[in-house]
Design a protein around this ligand. Structure first.
Ligand code: FES
Length: 148
């Protein structure tokens, strides 16, 4: 009696996040499936934003001539891109720790007090910061920007 329903629920669960599992709990045949194995190998379509543990961003999401703020290990990084060259710098401003803005026109600007840094090397262009941004090694792997 529930076979058609269970098939539909199973299909729906497969297409939706694991949180949808509760709606189909009347047909529990395998209680050991926890649904905690998502993440590493999504093949059903594009996965915007953060990829797995090592992926910082899709290369296509990093504007050429600009950049993007991402997070790695709980710390903000600013990604910069010029053609095929992607670099990353710690995005916490050395002055007082504010997360800098993505680069524009080759310059990374801190929105708090206006310090500016070069997008190609993180060097200090304008204070009040007295130091540049620290580069973090990244590389392009396939269509993803990952930690090097
Ligand atoms: S916190 Fe960035 S310039 Fe002050």
């Amino acid at each position: 009696m529930t076979s058609r329903r269970s098939m539909l629920c199973g299909l729906a669960v497969a297409m939706v996040v694991p949180g949808g599992l509760a709606a189909c709990s009347t047909t529990t045949t395998n209680p050991s499936t926890g649904g905690g194995t998502t993440g590493a190998g999504n093949t059903g379509g594009s996965t915007p934003g953060n990829a797995g543990a090592a992926g910082l961003a899709a290369l296509a999401d990093v504007p050429d001539g600009g950049g993007l703020i991402v997070e790695s290990g709980g710390k903000p990084l600013v990604l910069t891109r010029t053609g095929d060259v992607v670099k990353a710098f710690g995005a916490a401003c050395p002055h007082a720790g504010t997360t800098v803005s993505p680069p524009k026109g080759g310059i990374i600007t801190c929105p708090n007090h206006g310090s500016q840094f070069g997008a190609s090397d993180g060097s200090l262009k304008k204070g009040p910061s007295t130091k540049g941004l620290t580069e973090v090694p990244v590389k392009v792997s396939g269509d993803q920007v990952v930690m090097a």
